[in-house]
Design a protein around this ligand. Structure first.
Ligand SMILES: [Zn+2]
Length: 323
């Protein structure tokens, strides 16, 4: 073996107000990946990113191997060094940089497709129709595509009826070696913020969700995470990577939320929010199907080659996390 087991000595933990942080230098060295910090206020253009790790000063935004992602806690600066929370090193950077090292990733036999909403619950409604119908249409086509790849596919609903969220999660939990992919559409007529893809996995324990404004470690939500949060984030990354090159510049990235279906699943689980526009134009669902099917169908499973090949060292995950 060319590598040795690296331990805590490789991580120089810096305490800030009682919370653990690591320098970007340390992270870059550990993974053997060049890193850069863009000055605060600048948005990282994913097309022009040169480094595998691109951070933004004072922000939670980060581009990891070309995928826009969101840290749980913003980057901070102290004594001329940029610091990342230990939670993010273990729960955001590690699974995105080395998805193939996340235990049990790739051992997928069954894909549980969850078309969002249904029945009385229309979801978002726009001039092209209802989210519940878009989601079902996409799930049906995706189901056929995944089956041709030899995968077992289970749909949480096969028609236009409502299935309670806990039942959707139970279906996934009961299936052997399954992953759960919930399909939703941001459908609005004119909200520019509703464009772009977002892929959500469950928020880790002790961390705020991406949409939460309170992001200091001292204002933590101590809600439990799930036992599969790293697998779920790796799945997010994998789906997202299949999208690169197919999505508009304005992509919203890999995010965290405490959606019920993600909280209740005990298998790797993601929720995809696809934009209704511009992928659905003039009521033509085919275009939306193509985007989403490319998105999920090509890559429901993490593929190590999709990422750089950083070092084989053990992650900081092996040590207990003190947020
Ligand atoms: Zn929805």
């Amino acid at each position: 073996m060319s590598h040795r087991a690296f331990g805590a000595a490789d991580w120089q933990i810096i305490k800030v107000n009682g919370h653990d942080y690591l320098t970007i230098e340390n992270i870059s060295k550990f993974y053997g990946l060049p890193a850069e910090v863009t000055s605060s206020g600048d948005k990282v253009q994913t097309e022009t990113v040169k480094n595998p790790l691109e951070f933004v000063g004072g922000s939670r935004e980060v581009v990891i191997n070309g995928a826009r992602s969101w840290l749980c806690f913003p980057l901070i600066e102290q004594d001329g060094k940029f610091l990342v929370s230990r939670t993010d090193v273990a729960k955001t950077i590690e699974p995105l940089v080395r998805p193939h090292r996340v235990p049990n990733v790739g051992n997928v036999e069954t894909v549980v497709l969850d078309p969002g909403h249904g029945g009385h619950d229309k979801g978002a409604v726009c001039r092209y129709g209802s989210e519940k119908d878009f989601a079902l249409d996409v799930a049906r086509k995706l189901c056929a595509l995944l089956q041709t790849k030899g995968l077992r596919v289970i749909m949480t609903r096969e028609g236009d009826y409502f299935v309670p969220l806990d039942v959707r999660a139970q279906i996934a939990n009961a299936a052997r070696n399954s992953i759960f992919v919930s399909i939703h559409f941001n459908a609005t007529n004119d909200d520019p913020d509703a464009t772009g893809f977002e892929i959500f996995s469950f928020t880790p324990r002790g961390a705020p969700s991406t949409s939460d404004n309170a992001v200091t470690p001292t204002s933590l939500s101590m809600q439990a995470g799930t036992v599969v949060d790293n697998q779920s984030l790796a799945l997010s990354a994998c789906i997202y990577h299949s999208l690169l090159g197919h999505i508009p510049e304005f992509d919203r990235g890999i995010k965290r939320a405490r959606f019920a279906v993600l909280r209740l699943t005990r298998v790797p689980a993601v929720l995809v929010e696809a934009p209704t526009e511009p992928v659905i134009r003039e009521g033509d669902l085919k275009e939306a199907d193509l985007s989403l099917i490319n998105l999920i169908g090509k890559s429901a499973f993490p593929s190590p080659q999709q990422t750089s090949t950083p070092s084989q060292r053990v992650s900081i995950e092996s040590a207990p996390i003190v947020p």
